[in-house]
Design a protein around this ligand. Structure first.
Ligand SMILES: Cc1ncc(COP(=O)(O)O)c(C=O)c1O
Length: 440
């Protein structure tokens, strides 16, 4: 039962059952892997136990959400206490104000904040806010960068050499039937390429409402945007009357006030999600008071009447407050140092294995790529995540599962605060064992 895959396991049986009511057997495409997903039964600290009783170290933490691992007593208690008081309400609660104050106090550019329910929603709301602020339609984003499932955000998410165009990136639809208007509204930029991105922006300058950028985009190689690049986008936005939007849904975990405080560039708006909800669904848009005024429902007909049944719901707010209070400067510094150790250990394991490969990532994130090529944008990272090399990463995922580790099927992993050197040691050992079984 300890081995993966095992057709006689309870997970395999559950997957057969799931396929009868859920297309593809599950509601999350990104986390699905053949031949079947491992079904979880429970989780504690940095370990997840599956329905067959197999325990694994969780090196993905619901895709970077569970920064404190699972079942942290302070978070569980906050959720339980709130569940007894009220789970879902129409009236606002003080909890919304408290989480808003906590986040605004952490990051200088957060003068105001609004809550939503996912990172996808946060990005959607930020794009709409930029449009409502400027009266312009177009949004610029980097080729290949993932910003959630909003159709505008999905433009040029996974282009191929066949359709990505020569020179400047084309706007490529993610699914069939995407309206041409959506494609025409997105200006696709080459990540980390100042000259190319400025050229793309200048072509549409008068129409650009917002420039959306994830400063360490994992789908674009997991290398950080240079300060020069982000600075150039900021200068262009300022001069052009566009809003600069940082997507810090993931990178907020990398520094006490998010990546922007580390790199010293203040965007107009920031999208947040994942860890700030303590494990419950959340999204948020934060930013400068004058830009955020677009949401102010007291100013007559608001420019953007943003609303949502579950916005700032009390359970999420309670969990988020508890999680953010635990995420002190010391906790982040320790986690980032452990991330450095993890990347170093993985690099050593890969070097000793004879496999071509490298490890990127910042702070508490790591990304494995089976290539020695320099990764600096989507196009340079593409060969390492498609075809044979992409399949090899998926095989690494299966081997990790078989060796007591859960991470992602495309080489991405992250750490949580209950982890220490011992867990990094186990990750390294499991990776070495996995690499011994993978063909070079
Ligand atoms: C950078 C980034 N933005 C937005 C999102 C979307 O967040 P959610 O899955 O909560 O909708 C994600 C999710 O992985 C993300 O990584």
């Amino acid at each position: 039962m300890n081995h993966y895959p095992n057709p006689r396991s309870r997970s395999a049986a559950l997957y057969e059952r799931a396929k009868k009511s859920i297309p593809g057997g599950g509601s999350r495409a990104m986390t699905f892997v053949q031949p079947y997903p491992v079904y979880a039964a429970s989780a504690r600290g940095c370990a997840v136990t599956d329905v067959d009783g197999v325990e694994r170290l969780d090196f993905i933490n619901n895709y970077m959400v569970q920064i404190h691992g699972h079942g942290h007593p302070a978070i569980v208690e906050a959720v339980q206490r709130q569940a007894e008081r009220a789970i879902s309400l129409t009236l606002p609660t003080e909890l919304e104000i408290e989480l808003a104050e906590i986040l605004c106090a952490r990051t200088p550019s957060f003068e105001r904040i609004r809550f939503a329910n996912s990172g996808t929603e946060a990005v959607m709301v930020a794009m709409k806010a930029a449009r409502a602020c400027t009266g312009r339609a177009k949004i610029a984003k980097c080729e290949g960068a993932y910003h959630g499932g909003y159709d505008f955000a999905e433009v040029s998410l996974d282009p191929t050499p066949q359709n990505w165009g020569n020179d400047l990136p084309r706007s490529v639809a993610f699914t069939k039937g995407v309206p041409q208007g959506v494609l025409d509204t997105i200006v696709s930029m080459p990540f980390n390429d100042v000259e190319g991105s400025l050229r793309a922006l200048k072509e549409h300058a008068g129409d650009i409402a917002g420039i959306l950028v994830d400063p360490v985009p994992s789908r674009v190689g997991g290398v950080p945007a240079s300060r020069e690049y982000l600075g150039a986008l900021a200068s262009f936005a300022k001069a052009n009357g566009s809003l600069l939007i940082f997507d810090e849904v993931v990178t907020y975990r990398l520094a006490y006030g998010g990546w922007q405080t580390r790199i010293g560039i203040e965007p107009d708006l920031t999208t947040l999600g994942k860890l700030i909800g303590g494990g419950l669904p959340i999204g948020a848009v934060a930013g400068r008071a004058d830009a955020m005024e677009v949401f102010d429902q007291t100013l007559g007909k608001p420019a953007y009447p943003h609303s949502g049944t579950f916005n700032a719901n009390p359970l999420t707010m309670a969990a988020g407050i508890a999680a953010m209070k635990l995420l002190t400067h010391d906790a982040i510094d320790r986690l980032n140092a452990l991330g450095e150790t993890a990347r170093g250990a993985l690099r050593a394991v890969i070097a000793a294995s004879g496999h071509e490969g490298q490890v990127t990532g910042e702070g508490s994130l790591f990304l494995i790529h089976f290539t020695d090529a320099r990764l600096h944008d989507y196009r340079s990272a593409y060969p390492a995540h498609s075809g044979e090399k992409g399949a090899k990463l998926t095989e690494l995922y299966r081997q990790w599962l078989d060796n007591g580790i859960v991470a992602s099927s495309w080489g991405l992993g992250c750490l949580s605060t209950p982890m220490g050197e011992a867990e990094i040691g186990r990750l390294a050992e499991a990776t070495a064992a996995a690499l011994r079984r993978l063909a070079n």
